[in-house]
Structures are given as structure tokens and as C-alpha cells.
Write a protein that binds this ligand. Structure first.
Ligand SMILES: [Zn+2]
Length: 424
């Protein structure tokens, strides 16, 4: 019996050695020429804001069927080779060790100190005599229409007005608050970023009730009801591009690429339905957010749809949150977002449908052109990555967008009815 036990024991020891288990301190047998693990996040030596854990994503060769260990814990490998895991981290340098078969890699990155940013609540009385305001002077705007936005609070995300370039306003610097100027327009106090204004010398102060031009003049306030698709211009915006990669998938594929593929599929299906479609980018150009808005505005687009793919914040476990949503920032865009999401949601089952939601997004803050932003899926998830690069799904989503746009253009009666009920 003892011989049998010895054989069994030595077999177990041998197999532990052969499977290159993570407890092995001796790295002699590691084959450095055979490393097939890539890590997409975090990057080598990346500096991350303070957090207690981060997601760790990458890819390996799934066909080997070998167990993957991240810091000693077994980690599931998706059929495409993608993996994702959450790892605990500490402030300072962190090393994550990944083992698989005879491959081992280490990734180092830095987690920053916790920063307590306690902002003092800043409330100004809407009164030019407020002692916190320095003496008023004249300022001239220097950004483009949608850049020159006035907010209702110094750190607000809402937009009260848009001012054209080279527009004169009366404004004051605020004591104890840099970077923001209090300005008076149309009889009220608003706030603008100082970087968008330059001080003017020797020009009489414009009155408090200077009239702001309406950027929506010449645009229809309603969807293009009853119009033929060939008379309707839809802007499709592939999110990010060029230097802006957007989110990253386990294999290191970039959001800007999948956004473009999905946007092209939407363009194709909209054109098949007869629409005029303009893309904000057809290739890998770097485009500012407001450039995209200005393009749709200057070409008097009827609708603007920005196409994105999501990824969660690094400290949040993305496996908990896979969903699809359409966002809008203004009510005309929200109407469009609701109509589109009504079809996208069911087309992406079993991904959770979070419906249409309001969110202040630069590309959606266009009062003249109904604008929305679709977040199709989460590409930092192995499932999300695989499905987001699936051409047949691009087509499915594209068809859903066409249905949504047609619905948006046809439900005038329905809108009136819902407006009546909501006003009661
Ligand atoms: Zn994006």
C-alpha cells in the first residue's frame, strides 16, 4: 500500500510541477519565447487615480485550454481568448502577475494617493452689487457658438445660452474663484469659462439686458414630420477617432474603430431607406466634440446621432453593468433617443436595456438639431467585445436605428396625445 501511496504522491508533485502552478518559485522552466498573454488595461506604468480595485483586461490564446491565473486566482477565459478580472490594488506601485501554461507576464502600474477635494459651496446672489464680484468690465467671446455656453451656476453642466464668437458682454471676475467669469445677459447672471473670454478695453459696457441671438432660427422645432426621407439629412457621428481612441477592449481593440464600423452600417441602412446621410468622419480623423456639433449645425441637419461603445470606470466591476442606453441632453434630442432606443433595446437582447436617458453631453447640447448618443454595448467585457465586432450585429443595430428614425418622423399624432396627457 505504501508503494502505491508514494507513486500517487510523486505523480501529484510531478503534475503540479508540469502544470507550472503559481506557487512555483523557480522560473527556470518558463518559456519566454512562448508568451501568448497580452494585457490591454492597465498599460505598463500607467498612473491610475485612487481606487481600491481595478479591472484587469487582456487576451490569450483560448485554444490552448490552459488555466489562466491572475495574481494566483484562476480567471475565466472567454472563447475569443478575452479575459477580465478585478484585482485589489494599493496606493503606489502594483505588480500583477499572470500565469498560463509556461507563459508568465508581469504588469506594473501606479495607483495615486487619495485626494480629498472638498469644494466649498459657492452661491452668488443674482445681483451686480455682490461684494464677491470684482468691478465689472467688458468681455468679448472667442470660441465658437456651442463652445461659448453660459451656465446657471459657476460649475454647472446645464446651458442657459450660447453666444456667438466676438460677442460683447458685461462680466466680473469672482473673488476666490478662478477660471469662471460672471456675465450678465438678458437681465440675468450666468457663468462662463474665462478661457472663452477676453477682456476688452475702452468699450462702453453693454447693458444688462443685451439680447442673445437665437441659434435655433431657421431650424424646425419639430421632427421632419411627413417629409420624404430624401429630404431629410441625418448626421451620423462615429465617436472618437485619430488621437482619441475611446474605450479599449481585452484584445486592445479601440472603440474608435468599432464606432466607425457601426456608424458605417447605420449610414448604409439609412441610405437604403432613402435618407441623406452625412458622416462626421469617414476615416481615422481627430475631431473635437464641438466640431461635430458645428458640422451638423452648419449643414442644417435634421438629426444627429453619435455612435459609441461603453466601458466602465476602472474601479468598477464591468460584469455588473452591461447594458445599452441612448442619451440626450435636450428635450428634442430626448424624443429622438426614445424612438431609437425603443428598437435598439429589443434588438440587443439579452443585454439589459436601460432605455433613453438625459445626460449633459457636449455633442448632444445642440438646441437647433435634435441630437442623441447611443452607447451600444460594453467593449471592455469579453462578451461585449465579441459581439461588438460582429458585422451581423452592426446590421441589426443599424436597422433598429432606421426604425427609430422613421418612428420619430411619423408619430406626430402620438406626440400630441402624450403632450396633452402630460400637461393635464
Ligand atoms: Zn465613446
Amino acid at each position: 500500500m505504501s508503494i502505491l501511496r508514494d507513486i500517487l504522491l510523486s505523480f501529484l508533485l510531478l503534475s503540479a510541477f508540469a502544470s507550472n502552478c503559481v506557487f512555483a518559485e523557480d522560473e527556470e522552466f518558463l518559456d519566454k519565447s512562448d508568451i501568448n498573454i497580452t494585457v490591454a488595461f492597465p498599460h505598463e506604468r500607467q498612473r491610475l487615480p485612487f481606487c481600491e480595485r481595478v479591472y484587469f483586461i487582456g487576451a490569450t490564446d483560448a485554444s490552448r485550454g490552459e488555466i489562466l491565473y491572475v495574481n494566483g486566482a484562476t480567471t475565466a477565459v472567454h472563447k475569443t481568448g478575452a479575459f477580465i478580472s478585478m484585482v485589489d490594488v494599493k496606493v503606489g506601485t502594483n505588480n500583477i502577475v499572470v500565469f498560463q501554461g509556461r507563459s508568465k507576464i508581469t504588469r506594473s502600474f501606479v495607483v495615486s494617493q487619495k485626494q480629498d477635494v472638498e469644494k466649498e459651496p459657492f452661491k452668488l446672489i443674482e445681483n451686480s452689487e455682490d461684494p464677491r464680484l470684482l468691478p465689472a468690465s467688458t468681455w468679448r467671446t472667442k470660441g465658437n457658438l456651442f463652445q461659448n455656453r453660459i451656465m446657471s451656476t459657476p460649475d454647472g453642466i446645464d446651458t442657459v445660452f450660447f453666444l456667438p464668437d466676438n460677442f460683447l458682454v458685461r462680466g466680473s471676475e469672482i473673488k476666490g474663484l478662478s477660471g469662471v467669469i460672471a456675465v450678465w445677459v438678458e437681465g440675468r447672471l450666468g457663468y462662463m469659462r474665462k478661457s472663452l473670454l477676453k477682456k476688452e478695453q475702452g468699450i462702453p459696457l453693454p447693458s444688462y439686458d443685451v439680447v442673445v441671438p437665437d441659434p435655433t432660427i431657421g431650424f424646425s422645432s419639430a421632427p421632419p414630420y411627413g417629409k420624404k426621407p430624401e429630404d431629410v439629412c441625418i448626421f451620423i457621428d462615429a465617436g472618437h477617432g485619430g488621437k482619441e481612441s475611446g474605450a479599449i477592449s481585452p484584445h486592445g481593440w479601440k472603440e474608435k474603430e468599432v464606432n466607425l464600423l457601426q456608424a458605417q452600417a447605420i449610414k448604409k441602412e439609412l441610405e437604403l431607406a432613402g435618407f441623406n446621410v452625412v458622416m462626421t468622419r469617414e476615416g481615422d480623423e481627430t475631431l473635437g466634440l464641438l466640431d461635430r456639433v458645428m458640422m451638423a449645425y452648419s449643414q442644417k441637419a435634421d438629426a444627429f446621432i453619435s455612435v459609441h461603445h461603453n466601458a466602465t470606470a476602472a474601479h468598477r466591476d464591468p460584469r455588473e453593468v452591461r447594458h445599452t442606453t441612448s442619451y440626450a441632453s435636450l428635450s428634442n434630442g430626448f424624443h429622438l433617443a426614445k424612438c431609437i432606443q425603443k428598437y435598439i433595446g429589443p434588438s440587443l437582447v439579452p443585454i439589459k436595456d436601460n432605455g433613453a436617458q438625459m445626460k449633459s453631453l457636449a455633442v448632444c447640447r445642440n438646441p437647433a438639431v435634435p441630437s442623441c448618443l447611443i452607447e451600444v454595448d460594453f467593449i471592455n467585457l469579453p462578451d461585449g467585445e465579441a459581439e461588438s465586432w460582429d458585422l451581423s450585429r452592426h446590421k441589426k443595430v443599424a436597422r433598429a436605428v432606421v426604425c427609430g428614425v422613421l418612428d420619430w418622423m411619423m408619430n406626430e399624432a402620438h406626440d400630441k396625445k402624450s403632450e396633452e396627457t402630460s400637461s393635464k
